[in-house]
Write a protein that binds this ligand. Structure first.
Ligand code: UDP
Ligand code: MG
Length: 313
């Protein structure tokens, strides 16, 4: 197999047909040795029916269907595990990732680049959304050890080497953007014009975005914990200075009782600092809890792959 395309799909019945057509015409223009792996992430609409119909008609179509919605990260992971291509492309089901770019990506792959990444501009996007996204990337870049670049999503081509490296990471909380960057290897970035979704609607609610954002910061290192430590140290130094000041003023001026404001202020300030710190620690403990359970990332309900030994890992 030369090239495999992995497409996570969740409630995409409105667009999946079109995606199939564009993707298969782009791939068949390159080679006949390709497969399209559609991962049905527990869709509640007719996505699976469409996929089955396509699979019956076209032997290039493979599908994996989950027992419920496990999230895009899990869907991508499944597709990557089942991929047998020398090169694997990951793309969204809504045609926001133009399939005609694959030929160019493959050309770079053949030149020896292990990750060929398509970077989009933010044209046509809601101003406020892109403003927050830009700042988020700046913040994450500061906070974590991995390098994240704005406009880079999951649309990329991976060599077998990069893909195998990615599959060695079995963590439960997957933050792909970070994992891709963590594995390294030779990277090439090409850019394309931003597109809006061809049909259907985005699955991202504001809450999901916030959760994803927190994941990005916390799943890659322990800098937030260190941050608590520094706040604590800073507070201790300040209070020691204040203590010296109070002591000297008592020695030279005698005890003077009023101190209500400073007392309350200190209680509130340190109460807040402590709560935040406990919260951050709690986030980590929660993550450890999920990791140690070692549950599978997804459960396959049905698929048209002959052997099903990929999912057991
Ligand atoms: N997706 C998925 N599982 C989910 C949510 C999304 O497989 O729980 C897929 C979805 O079908 C699409 C891709 O992830 O192919 C990106 O989703 P979406 O277009 O909603 O995100 P956006 O482009 O708005 O960031
Ligand atoms: Mg989309």
């Amino acid at each position: 197999m030369l090239i495999s395309a992995v497409v996570p799909c969740y409630n995409e019945e409105k667009v999946i047909e079109m995606t199939y057509r564009e993707l298969s015409s782009a791939l068949s223009g390159i080679t006949d040795d390709y497969e399209m792996i559609f991962v049905n992430d527990g869709s509640r609409d007719g996505t699976l029916a469409v996929l089955k119909e396509k699979a019956d008609a076209d032997s290039h179509v493979k599908y994996i269907s989950f027992s419920r919605n496990f999230g895009k990260e899990s869907a991508m992971l499944a597709g990557l595990r089942y991929s047998s291509g020398d090169y694997t492309v990951i793309m969204d089901a809504d045609l926001q990732h133009p399939p005609e770019l694959i030929a160019e990506m493959l050309a770079y792959g053949r030149q020896g680049y292990d990750q060929v990444i398509a970077q989009r501009d933010r044209a046509g996007e809601k101003k406020i959304g892109s403003f927050f996204a830009r700042w988020y990337y700046r913040l994450v870049d500061r906070l974590t050890d991995v390098e994240l670049v704005d406009g880079i999503g999951d649309f990329r081509l991976l060599s077998r080497k990069a893909l195998n490296a990615l599959l060695t990471m079995n963590e439960y909380n997957r933050f792909s953007k970070g994992l891709f960057s963590w594995i390294g290897f030779r990277e090439k970035i090409i850019s394309y014009q931003n597109r809006t979704r061809a049909a259907g609607e985005s699955k991202w609610s504001f809450r999901a975005l916030v959760r994803y954002g927190v994941d990005g910061v916390l799943s890659f290192n322990n800098k937030p914990l260190r941050f608590c430590f520094f706040i604590g140290a800073f507070a201790i130094i300040l209070s020691l200075l204040y203590l010296v000041f109070l002591f000297l003023s008592i020695v030279f001026k005698g005890i003077d009782l009023p101190g209500y404001f400073t007392t309350i202020f200190t209680i509130c300030l340190f109460g807040g600092v402590q709560l935040i710190s406990i919260g951050i620690i709690g986030e980590y403990v929660g993550r450890i809890y999920y990791e140690v359970k070692r549950r599978p990332h997804y459960l396959v309900d049905e698929s048209n792959f002959e052997s099903d030994n990929h999912s057991a890992k």
